[in-house]
Write a protein that binds this ligand. Structure first.
Ligand code: UT7
Length: 328
């Protein structure tokens, strides 16, 4: 009988801009303060790109580190998937741009995946499924956001939440490793969206340019309620399918949306909060990049040991959610 293969992560990398914007800076432009932001979200500061930095420059940096750590021949990468909702262009995709700038083989399946904050875990699962039919060994899975270009800096309810960054990993299929994934979507634009805008008047239809801005619109309370239920629900399905219990998990590497959400999730799953990795204080909510950045931080600090059991989970815009079980 064929062994069901899982995922082995061979290398990780991440990249955040140097430019830091602490909560106090928002207090200078909005009716807000460090105390409110810290208490309600756990965020202390975030990074924003500056002139010359883009989604692509962040991706390149993260990917080069991941490929270098993996120690692989990059010619053997056959799949590049970038989870993002703030790509530099509507087309070309970030994944195609990376194929070019990293000098990957032309026979690379490269595309972006928009599942907002679930983007990295959705991409990981998609790469896993595609690798089964690939004639190459490795996939490069990336999460990147430059949310600073779609924030409404007059809205204290949304602008304080987000940050920029990228994370990446190189994976291969392995008969010795597990991979169990569970995902869902509850479609609707009401609680979280970034709208497209007509830039110019259409001379044929007379459709005028939009007056609304291409910025993040979020009903925080609604998204909060959705996330609170979605993560424990999807994690429970993963535990059942994998035949494991929450207390066996070494680290929960979840989307960094809100510290309170992470704490409530630990409580619901009845696991010590110490098992939940937290870096929202440093980077804010980096949407599709957050899980990948967190994974790289745990790796680079030497915290992860081979064989340790991990849950990776994303949840947010779409609405979307997804949880993955794998081992380091
Ligand atoms: O990554 C995608 C997933 N995203 C999320 O999961 C985000 C989920 N949502 C959240 O994290 C929280 O809902 C927020 C952090 C966005 C908001 O926290 P909250 O505890 O739900 O606050 P609230 O929206 O209920 O607002 C409470 C009060 C309001 O004032 P009133 O109406 O009670 O007078 C807000 O106007 O806090 C006010 N407020 C602020 N005050 C100071 C909202 N934003 C701010 C602010 N500073 N930045």
């Amino acid at each position: 009988m064929a062994v069901k293969k899982g995922i082995k992560i061979l290398g990780t990398g991440s990249s955040v801009p140097d430019f830091e914007v602490p909560n106090d800076e928002f207090a200078k432009i909005l009716d807000t303060n460090d105390e409110w932001i810290t208490e309600r979200t756990g965020i202390k500061t975030r990074r924003f790109v500056q002139e010359g930095e883009t989604s692509l420059t962040l991706c390149e940096d993260a990917c080069k580190k991941a490929i270098s750590e993996a120690g692989i021949d990059k010619e053997e990468i056959g799949i590049v998937i970038v989870g993002t909702c703030t790509a530099d262009y509507i087309t070309p995709s970030m994944a195609c741009l990376l194929q070019g700038s990293l000098g990957l083989d032309e026979r690379t399946l490269a595309f972006d995946l928009n599942a907002a904050c679930s983007g990295f875990v959705y991409s990981l699962n998609t790469a896993y499924l595609l690798l089964h039919g690939s004639f190459k060994k490795y996939a490069l899975v990336v999460g990147v956001e430059v949310l600073s270009r779609v924030l409404d800096y007059t809205d204290r309810g949304s602008s304080i939440l987000f940050g920029d960054g990228a994370g990446a990993c190189v994976i291969e299929l392995s008969g010795e490793k597990p991979f169990v994934f569970e995902a869902g979507s509850i479609g609707g634009a009401e609680s979280l969206n970034i709208p497209m805008t007509y830039q110019e008047k259409n001379p044929f239809t007379n459709k005028e340019p939009d007056t609304h801005k291409q910025v993040v619109n979020i009903n925080g309370n609604e998204v909060y309620r959705f996330v609170q239920d979605a993560f424990p629900k999807s994690a429970a399905i993963v535990f059942e399918q994998a035949g494991i219990t929450p207390d066996e998990i070494d680290y929960f590497i979840c989307h960094q949306a809100n510290l309170r959400i992470l704490m409530a999730s630990a409580k619901k799953l009845k696991v010590p909060f110490e098992k939940f990795f937290v870096n929202i204080d440093k980077y804010g909510n980096t949407s599709a990049a957050s899980v990948a950045i967190a994974l790289d931080e745990l790796n680079k600090t030497g915290t992860l040991k081979r064989g340790q059991k991990l849950i990776l989970a994303g949840f947010g815009g779409g609405l979307t959610y997804g949880s993955a079980y794998l081992t380091w």
